[in-house]
Design a protein around this ligand. Structure first.
Ligand code: MG
Length: 272
């Protein structure tokens, strides 16, 4: 009996509510007609057991490191022995013609052109170590210039920016002519520099419209210099960035005529 009475009461209140709503609508009110807040909000029970908020699955895979600090889940692009992962950009059949040195580094052979990975990549984390030419010569863009092109299109500038002023959006670790680094973390010319780059590729729909801009984070010698910056398009020497829908692409190292050296290059693919 009690239950039936309650049901009747509830039904009556719904009817009353509906009538009230009708009246409101007739009056042209813009107020919300039904307050559902109390129905939707359910008070969460207070958690007193720390175990309730522990999540054990999935368990992150274990990564180990070799003597060069290369993570075990990385793909080594240059291990100091050969350029087997690279080819000449100007002629896809010709192997990279840069010089491999006895100390495990390689050096731009000026005039032979840029080199690129044989493999193409989507989004990734990339580690590169580089060193400017030890004989300091040239000024501005002419001193220790090279570059790391992400998907072959977006240049993270390599330049001896130690006590060498140039335009800010063209100095070491700039996203060339798009993003000025937050600080100049360049070490003296004689030292090796590290770049750790996190790149999320741009995405396009079937009509070629950008659905997600590419983003780049760079740590230069462990210092954050590009904080998840958005790419406006390709990094052009002359003119504005261009947006051309594309798929995956290679890592290209630039031959800018200066004998810049590289070593210990590895990449980790990111799924996104
Ligand atoms: Mg460059």
């Amino acid at each position: 009996m009690k239950k039936a009475a309650l049901t009747l009461l509830a039904a009556l209140s719904i009817i009353a509510c509906a009538e009230k709503t009708d009246n409101k609508e007739e009056a042209g009110s813009t107020e919300p007609t039904v307050d559902t807040t109390q129905v939707e909000t359910q008070e969460e029970e207070e958690i007193t057991d720390p175990k309730v908020t522990e999540v054990w699955d999935p368990e992150p895979a274990v990564v180990t490191f070799d003597k060069n600090g290369v993570p075990s889940d990385a793909e080594v692009l240059f291990n100091g022995k050969d350029l087997s992962a690279w080819k000449s950009t100007s002629d896809s059949i010709v192997n990279a013609r840069w010089k491999v040195n006895s100390d495990g580094s390689m050096t731009v052979a000026p005039g032979t052109g840029p080199i690129q990975t044989k493999e193409n990549f989507d989004s990734f984390q990339l580690h590169v170590e580089w060193q400017a030419p030890q004989k300091v010569e040239g000024e501005g863009q002419g001193r220790g210039n090279s570059g790391i092109f992400l998907q072959g299109l977006y240049e993270v500038q390599v330049l001896d920016s130690y006590d060498n002023r140039t335009y800010s959006n063209g100095q070491a670790s700039s996203l060339y002519k798009q993003h000025i680094p937050l600080v100049n973390a360049t070490k003296p010319t004689k030292e090796w520099q590290t770049y750790d780059i996190i790149f999320h590729e741009p995405k396009y729909d079937a009509d070629g419209k950008t659905t997600r801009k590419g983003t780049v984070t760079v740590l230069h010698n462990g210092v954050l210099v590009q904080d998840n910056v958005e790419l406006a398009g390709t990094t052009e020497y002359i003119g504005r960035p261009k947006v051309t829908p594309h798929e995956d692409g290679p890592i290209i190292l630039q031959d800018h005529g200066n004998p810049v050296s590289f070593r210990n290059i590895w990449i980790r693919k990111l799924n996104d």
